[in-house]
Design a protein around this ligand. Structure first.
Ligand SMILES: [Zn+2]
Ligand SMILES: [Zn+2]
Length: 425
């Protein structure tokens, strides 16, 4: 991709997890619960900030203890029934199964399914909003079910794949209600990029059960367009002072949307080119280059000299440590919760040139963000060369991140092999 091209961000993930020690099992479940709320109960066009999401989730937990929700199930109160399903789903682990009673309850909540007697079950307080939430939750369940299956689904099997058929259909119904929660976008994005898995075949249009969900695919195209427009708008802002929004160190790639997220060189270099850094580590590395332009008196500064100055050898052999170094647990987190930083992760798919996933965080260290990105960029041949563990990250955390990115599916088969390399499988 030429450097001036605007990358298309097709999946934008915010991850503000705190370090483990603060966590109990309850809190872990609570985080998953928040992720579910964000993915299912909010339109992507009106996403809440983390604070708002957190406050909302907390208050729900306090107001509605499980006993009350169970009572709500008996009384057939739609609002409480949905909340009950959310809680149950947040306690399901990656390899667990979604029980039939949850699916059954969600189906009842949508109001689109008849019961055994051929009647639509009557529920109290079943608003259109709750019906949409339930649809979104079903999409989430069926999407997971598809990927939980042990075998890879062939193109032929896709024709009759019930979970995926449901995903596409329910997502289309949401679109028709003009309700676009992140799970709908994520599902549509998966279908659009599944070419990677099926030899370039666009399953959206070639498989009849998906081809009929036309409005979903149109909504996806519109989404990609709007993301690209948003990105160019931000880039225009950044273009006015690019050095304020991007770490100056070579190959770092850490960026920010907020001017104060990165810290600037405190030297005497000209303000309009004064470099910014994500960390002390990067500043030290960049100093090898920057010291030539950062002088007490800019007039006598020998702006980068391209002669046989032996100092330049340093630059030749300079290698960022995160390329091969292991990351200690402590290095995963930032010392304080700071202003949000982000890193763009190019997709491995040759069918999605110039498309990136964006990982934003206020708690992860720049070193972790880089490592996570680099994990996806490793060439196959490097894999077997060294046994070094790249990321001694708690496995569960990588799993959560991966689940958010749906990277195993989106990024193609490379994933398993990469995980193998980092010793997680
Ligand atoms: Zn940096
Ligand atoms: Zn300077």
């Amino acid at each position: 991709m030429p450097s001036h091209a605007v990358p298309t961000v097709i999946h934008d993930v915010v991850f503000n997890r705190r370090p483990r020690p603060e966590y109990t099992d309850d809190q872990y479940e609570f985080e998953v619960y928040l992720i579910l709320r964000q993915e299912l109960c909010w339109d992507y066009r009106h996403q809440p900030g983390y604070k708002e999401l957190y406050a909302e989730g907390r208050s729900c937990m306090e107001r509605l203890p499980m006993a009350k929700l169970e009572r709500g199930m008996e009384l057939k109160d739609a609002q409480l029934m949905f909340e009950y399903c959310l809680r149950k789903l947040s306690s399901i682990s990656n390899i667990g199964t979604i029980t039939d009673d949850i699916l059954d309850t969600l189906r009842k909540l949508t109001g689109w399914f008849q019961n055994e007697q051929g009647r639509f079950p009557r529920l109290g307080r079943r608003t259109l909003q709750i019906r949409c939430f339930a649809l979104a939750a079903l999409i989430w369940c069926y999407f997971r079910m598809h990927f939980w299956r042990a075998h890879e689904c062939t193109l032929k099997e896709l024709r009759n794949d019930l979970p995926l058929g449901n995903v596409a259909h329910f997502a289309m119904v949401c679109v028709n209600y003009d309700y676009l929660p992140p799970i709908v976008i994520r599902a549509a994005g998966w279908f659009a990029s599944a070419k990677t898995l099926y030899d370039g075949v666009d399953i959206r249009w070639t498989i009849p059960q998906f081809a009929k969900e036309k409005t979903l695919w149109e909504a996806w195209d519109k989404y990609v367009e709007s993301q690209a427009a948003k990105e160019s708008k931000q880039l225009a802002k950044v273009a006015k002072a690019p050095h304020r929004y991007r770490c100056a160190a070579d190959r770092c790639g850490i960026r920010a949307m907020h001017k104060r997220a990165l810290r600037q060189c405190g030297g005497d270099c000209a303000p309009d080119v004064r470099p910014s850094y994500c960390s002390e580590e990067c500043q030290l590395k960049h100093w090898l280059v920057h010291r030539y332009v950062c002088r007490k008196n800019p007039l006598d500064a020998p702006i980068v000299v391209w002669d046989d100055d032996s100092d330049w050898e340093d630059v030749e052999v300079y290698k960022p440590s995160y390329d091969d170094g292991a990351l200690s647990d402590a290095a995963i987190w930032r010392k304080d919760i700071g202003v949000e930083l982000f890193v763009d992760i190019p997709t491995c798919s040759r069918f999605l040139p110039g498309v990136v996933f964006r990982l934003r965080s206020r708690t992860f260290s720049p070193a972790f963000l880089r490592s996570y990105r680099d994990l996806w960029q490793l060439p196959k041949r490097v894999r077997t060369k060294k046994q070094a563990v790249l990321l001694p990250t708690p496995e569960t955390m990588l799993d959560e991140l991966d689940a958010l990115f749906d990277s195993r599916e989106k990024m193609g088969v490379l994933h398993d092999k990469l995980r193998e390399r980092v010793g997680l499988r």
